[in-house]
Design a protein around this ligand. Structure first.
Ligand SMILES: CC(C)[C@H](C(=O)O)[C@@H](O)C(=O)O
Ligand code: SF4
Length: 476
């Protein structure tokens, strides 16, 4: 045995999955514990297998769901859009042919791929998790090494249950302190991305640490890990702890009985060792954070809600200035406008970032006894059918409907508008999703990324707002 030097969480998970160490410039070969599949990035991968006459190596470690292309109304009818229908039909055929478990539209376990994995207890600490989807980083909230892969890699994993990869660099994101009331995980991650930039995490696996992260619920941790990719990182991880174990216990796929006890013992050993070194380190003061919103067309172009639209002329860096000018022109915003005065047409509550039960509860808490402004349409799209059902058991659907919001079926929906849920050209949204690129929610649509609390308050006031703005004595 060689003496073990202190290691990070990421290094431990990597080492435990290395089937073969690459020599020289060669990549390592990693074993994959869980492969999640959806309709968008899998068709060519299955075609490749068919051409090569290969089966899926571990159908038992592979699970599929329909999420991106599914409508969120009238789901008992055939999908009207031919492209979406073909995508979904193709996934169904492939899963049948290759013996893969699929949760189709309408199924009790159907939902966004990154919502259903954790909810079923499939995602567990110390695992390697992949999916042909960039937001696979979500699963890192459990202390898994989880990352998005391309379609040719999807084929490689389907065929071999392994993946050749070069180790990632490690970056610690220390979030210390206590969040103020009304400040959430979404505000943490938007602030992180505003600080390090959309390229700041390139080549790294981020590890979120510190007292503010430890204090987050599992669902809130998923919100943070989810957007690691928006900072350019390959993955984002959080060390498993009692919060993680409590979330997983008794989930359908969680270990049971003596296996559970053994698993927890093992999971406890995953945390980054005292004295382990990261390649880079960033610190965020949680006490200072306030609700954050984006004003631009990348997730790093964000500011506290109390700020105003920035003036590109004040930005020293030439590239950042040019990007800001372009963004403001697309977003149709004038420098100096208080962010609170920006009015929206649409509020979208949902996505793999903020479509879980706690997100719906938070928004419903704000909307209870209030009305969505006349000028606003609000879509509430649960991240999964299970979230939808639980919300209905708790009466959240009634709160949303009474407030004048629409209560939809589960899927990605307006996060990217691969289904009919889209912004019209020129429309502006406050959205709890993770991307605000040009046209992301519909051609010509303008997106402001926000937390569920800000989304709900914005729906009521019609302009970007926090719940505090709704209280008596505020200026409205
Ligand atoms: C469609 C899919 C490949 C894509 C991704 O990888 O992230 C989507 O989920 C997104 O959020 O843009
Ligand atoms: S909800 Fe949005 S970000 Fe998440 S997988 Fe679907 S499209 Fe991608």
């Amino acid at each position: 045995m060689t003496a073990t030097r202190p290691r990070t969480l990421a290094e431990k998970v990597w080492a435990a999955h290395t089937v073969r160490r690459g020599e020289g410039a060669e990549p390592d070969l990693l074993y994959i514990d869980l492969h999640l599949v959806h309709e968008v990035t899998s068709p060519q991968a299955f075609d490749g297998l068919r051409l090569a006459g290969r089966p899926v190596r571990r159908p038992d470690l592979t699970i599929a769901t329909e999420d991106h292309n599914v409508p969120t109304v009238d789901i008992e009818l055939p999908i009207a859009d031919p492209v979406s229908r073909t995508q979904v039909d193709t996934l169904r055929r492939n899963c049948k042919e290759f013996g893969i478990r699929l949760h189709p539209m309408g199924d009790a376990e159907q939902g966004i791929v990154h919502v259903i994995g954790p909810q079923l207890g499939l995602t567990q600490p110390g695992m390697t998790v992949v999916c042909g989807d960039s937001h696979t980083s979500t699963h890192g909230a459990f202390g898994a090494m989880a990352f998005g892969i391309g379609t040719s890699e999807v084929e490689h994993v389907l065929a071999t249950q392994t993946l050749p990869l070069r180790p990632f660099k490690t970056m610690a994101i220390n979030v210390e302190g206590t969040l103020r009331p009304g400040v959430t995980a979404k505000d943490i991650i938007l602030a992180v991305i505003a600080k390090i930039g959309t390229g700041g995490g390139q080549g790294y696996v981020l590890e979120y640490r510190g007292s503010a992260i430890r204090a987050l619920s599992m669902e809130a941790r998923m919100t943070v890990a989810n957007m690691s990719i928006e900072a350019g990182a390959r993955a984002g991880m959080i060390a498993p702890d009692e919060t993680t174990f409590a979330y997983l216990k008794d989930r359908p796929h969680a270990p049971k009985g003596a296996d559970w006890d053994a698993a927890v013992e093992n999971w406890k050993s995953l945390a980054t060792d005292e004295g382990a070194e990261f390649d880079a380190e960033v610190t965020i003061d949680a006490d200072e954070l306030t609700p954050f919103v984006t004003w631009g067309t990348n997730p790093g172009q964000g500011l506290p809600l109390s700020a105003s639209v920035p003036d590109p002329e004040q930005i020293a860096d030439e590239n950042a200035r040019f990007a800001a000018e372009k963004a403001l022109s697309y977003m149709d915003l004038k420098p100096g406008t208080p962010l609170r005065e920006i009015s929206v047409d649409t509020v979208f509550l949902g996505s793999c970032t903020n479509g879980r039960i706690e997100d719906l509860r938070a928004a419903a808490g704000v909307l209870e006894g209030r009305k969505v402004a006349e000028s606003v349409r609000m879509l509430v799209v649960p991240g999964s059918m299970r979230v939808r059902k639980l919300a209905e058991t708790e009466g959240l659907d009634r709160i949303f409907l009474d407030a004048g919001a629409e209560w939809r079926q589960a899927g990605c929906s307006m996060c990217l508008g691969m289904n009919p849920d889209q912004l019209a050209p020129g429309e502006r949204s406050a959205s709890t999703s993770n991307r605000n690129f040009e046209g992301r929610q519909g051609k010509g649509g303008r997106t402001h990324l926000v937390s569920p609390l800000v989304a709900a308050a914005t729906a009521v006031r019609g302009t970007l707002s926090s719940p505090e703005d709704l209280l008596a004595g505020s200026d409205h």
